[in-house]
Design a binder for this molecule. Structure first.
Ligand SMILES: C[S@@+](CC[C@H](N)C(=O)[O-])C[C@H]1O[C@@H](n2cnc3c(N)ncnc32)[C@H](O)[C@@H]1O
Length: 277
């Protein structure tokens, strides 16, 4: 299969960074995430990953390149899988889905309705590259605009997941989105990778100016949206997979020191934030 890629904005093009991480992870002898479909989609897209410095770097070995992105996605998947196992009638929303194949990785039963939401250009591309699947609904919308939620049932247990989205939304757009979601859905959970303020600052070096600023305190969303309660912070640096990248005594010492501090774990490696509402 070969396609012509549409003109993508830098925000939309960022989907190839996360897709590329899943694809490269799948080529490791022992992948963290294990998503061979991501690699098939990447190859079918014809996209050249060398546009991203992460993939051009010869300083980092492949495992270290993908660790942050692949392990955080795995943690998000685990939250989704647990939720769907407990609620086979769930509705799942993947906000800013890009070309991610999370629905295939987590493999919910057909009783689950799964909504993949992104800009119309990305959803068109997704239709060309990601196989269809029973129970999956594609929603072509700008998340900052009201209206796209209207056709999604609000009375079923709801899992909201997003990965790589926060920097692309201004703080007020992100807060309004959370308020709209928690008003529309009666109850559920949300899991997403965290972006601290320094992380977004670094992100801007790669993607240019983005409207988001990030937040350091994982409890901040509880203050913006009274119904949201933090369940847990899931730190990459405290997960068993870290042993795979701690290849020298000095690295092991350093990663162990980071893992022993919540502040350092939060700021120096990827974290997944898990809430309920
Ligand atoms: C870094 S990519 C992550 C893609 C996917 N979640 C993944 O993990 O592979 C960010 C995605 O968010 C989408 N996005 C950003 N702002 C959005 C908005 N306002 N409405 C819809 N999608 C948006 C982009 O188009 C892009 O696909």
């Amino acid at each position: 299969m070969s396609i012509t890629l549409p003109e993508l904005t830098p925000t939309q093009e960022s989907l190839f960074l996360t897709l590329g991480i899943s694809a490269l992870d799948s080529r490791l002898p022992r992948p963290f995430l294990g998503d061979p479909m991501a690699d098939e989609i990447l190859k079918a897209s014809g996209y050249d990953l060398r546009r991203f410095a992460l993939f051009r770097s010869e300083r980092l070995d492949p495992k270290t390149k993908v660790f942050s992105g692949a392990v955080r996605a795995k943690h998000e998947d685990e939250v989704v899988t647990r939720f769907v196992a407990a609620h086979p009638d769930a509705v799942v929303l993947d906000l800013g889905t890009g070309l991610d194949t999370r629905v295939f990785r987590t493999d919910p039963p057909p009783t689950v309705d799964w909504y993949d939401i992104d800009f119309p250009t990305v959803i068109d591309l997704r239709r060309q590259l990601v196989p269809e699947r029973e129970g999956v609904h594609l929603v072509a919308a700008d998340l900052t605009e009201p209206g796209w939620l209207a056709d999604i049932p609000g009375d079923r247990p709801t899992m909201i997941v997003h990965n790589g989205l926060v920097p692309f939304l201004s703080m007020s757009d992100y807060q309004s989105l959370l308020l709209r979601l928690t008003r529309h859905f009666q109850s559920g959970e949300m899991a997403h990778n965290s972006y601290t303020r320094p992380a977004v600052w670094t992100f801007k070096r790669v993607f240019g100016d983005v409207p988001g600023i990030g937040f350091n305190d994982p409890r901040a969303p509880e203050r913006w949206v009274p119904d949201l309660k933090l369940v847990e912070e899931i730190f990459n640096v405290r997960s068993p997979e870290v042993a795979e990248i701690a290849t020298s005594p000095a690295w092991r010492l350093m990663l162990g020191a980071i893992a022993s501090s919540t502040i350092l774990s939060r700021h120096l490696e990827a974290t997944v934030l898990h809430y309920r509402f």
